[in-house]
Design a protein around this ligand. Structure first.
Ligand SMILES: *[C@@H]1O[C@H](CO)[C@@H](O)[C@H](O)[C@H]1NC(C)=O
Ligand SMILES: *[C@@H]1O[C@H](CO)[C@@H](O)[C@H](O)[C@H]1NC(C)=O
Ligand SMILES: *[C@@H]1O[C@H](CO)[C@@H](O)[C@H](O)[C@H]1NC(C)=O
Length: 435
């Protein structure tokens, strides 16, 4: 068992299926974060005793535990520790005697329970490998908050300065090492998993801590979305293509809709009319807010365009982009472009049919962790091209990004740090050059 898992998994696999990559691809314009708050508003406080969690889905049984972590792994400063939450399932684990593997999910920028119940692959293969499942939460997200509360942790650039990928990787490394020691499982192989930013962490952890894991499965991990490694238009071109391949007229309607939005918004009473057309809960203060809300829907739809019904971002049917385009294309005769768009995005925002009106921004904190990360290390330039993209044309400008970050966090981004720390450029070496 352990041997075959070694062979199968001792390489870094970058799979580019559409694992929902939530925030990792939303940073450059300070887009809103996915609506975690609504789905996980009732968060339990850390418990002194580990307790089995009541599960909505039978197949996702885990215990919730807390591990005391250093705030700064890279200094000896006297700083307060914090409790890192982790979820663990040992139901199928065959134990140290069998050198049974440990599957470690690298927690992303959100509540770990959300990722745990949406990482079906790990649950599916755990019995086959006799594997333990461990899901450590990423610091500064969910319940793993330094300084005792979200408010304190997110207070300013000083308190946020320990929110980095390097610190998160060190958390995972320290936690898994300690856990293995506690279980006398030092010899058991660890395999890393992750999707989106969590996938980036899995790949990077394999690089930075090669002795800790035997392999990493990094799914939809945009580790090349830095500096100029891939063209800045890549993401929006791909999203647009997902719509275009369902229907060219759908793509064209969306592409035309931005101009419509702007001219509607400029009319007398236009913002009020737009709020009515899109059944918003409150009046619009600027057209851009509505445009952002629509852009988010299309981007997330591409990330969760699964062939089966799912509930990762939102409850959605299988092939949700197809459904959206059906609505856009087949709205009643005479429908305006914006009416069509409304019908389309309703598939995303109101598939359950239970929404009375739409809130454009229901993230009450405003300051979310990913924006901090994007403004420090995770500078991922993204532009929207004129032709291949259905989104409004947009040119990433580093200087305005930098300005925005300074305004928001009093911090200057380091756009070259990730490639310095983790690599990414493939430079043709002198010796490989064909003469
Ligand atoms: C951030 O807040 C902490 C705690 O209130 C304070 O000690 C620190 O000086 C502040 N730092 C900045 C840069 O404002
Ligand atoms: C290992 O055991 C110690 C002592 O009981 C405990 O404090 C620590 O949290 C455990 N480590 C993990 C990762 O659970
Ligand atoms: C959501 O869908 C239901 C059922 O189709 C509909 O009655 C309701 O008006 C929709 N909500 C919004 C805000 O459009």
């Amino acid at each position: 068992m352990a041997k075959s898992s070694r062979i199968i998994l001792s390489i870094i696999v970058i799979i580019s299926i559409s694992f929902p990559s939530a925030l990792a691809l939303q940073p450059f314009k300070f887009r809103r974060t996915p609506r975690l708050s609504g789905r996980f508003s009732k968060q339990t406080k850390p418990q002194p005793q580990p307790q089995p969690q009541p599960q909505h889905q039978q197949q996702h049984q885990y215990e919730t535990k807390y591990y005391e972590q250093r705030l700064d792994h890279f200094s000896f400063a006297d700083l307060p520790n914090f409790q890192q939450r982790y979820l663990i399932n040992t139901e199928h684990w065959l134990g140290p005697f069998h050198l049974a593997p440990i599957f470690l999910y690298c927690g992303n920028e959100g509540d770990i329970e959300w990722f745990a119940v949406n990482s079906g692959f790990m649950w599916d293969v755990a019995p086959k490998f006799g594997a333990m499942l461990v899901f450590p939460e990423h610091r500064y997200y969910g319940e793993s908050l330094p300084y005792g509360s979200r408010e304190e942790a997110y207070r300013n650039a000083t308190t946020l300065s320990y929110l980095t990928a390097e610190q998160a990787l060190a958390d995972f490394a320290v936690l898994i090492t300690d856990l293995k020691r506690n279980l006398s499982a030092e010899a058991c192989p660890v395999v890393l998993f992750g999707g989106s930013y969590g996938g980036m962490l899995a790949a990077w952890m394999r690089l930075k801590y090669p002795h800790i894991s035997i392999g990493a499965l990094a799914s939809s991990a945009p580790i090349l979305q830095f500096e100029d490694i891939v063209p800045a238009e890549t993401f929006y071109d791909l999203v647009s293509n997902d719509f275009k391949r369902e229907s060219t007229s759908c793509f064209n309607t969306i592409k035309k809709s931005w101009g419509e939005l702007i001219s509607e918004g400029q009319k007398e009473n236009g913002l009020h009319e737009l709020a009515k057309t899109f059944r918003l809960c409150r009046d619009l203060s600027k057209t851009e807010d509505l445009a952002d809300w629509l852009e988010s829907a299309y981007s997330y739809l591409a990330m969760v365009d699964y062939p089966y019904p799912s509930e990762f971002m939102m409850p959605l049917p299988g092939y949700p982009i197809r459904e959206v385009c059906n609505k856009i294309d087949n709205s009643p005769e005479g429908s305006s472009i914006l009416e069509r768009i409304f019908e389309g995005v309703s598939v995303y925002y109101n598939y359950t049919g239970k929404v009375d009106c739409f809130e454009l921004d229901d993230d009450p904190h405003g300051l979310d962790g990913w924006n901090w990360q994007a403004c420090t290390e995770m500078v991922m330039p993204m532009s929207s091209s004129q032709d291949a993209s259905m989104f409004p044309t947009y040119d990433f400008s580093y200087s305005s990004f930098q300005e925005e970050c300074w305004k928001k966090f009093k911090v200057v981004p380091r756009p070259r740090w990730i490639t310095t720390q983790f690599g990414g450029h493939v430079r043709e070496s002198f010796f490989e050059k064909k003469i």
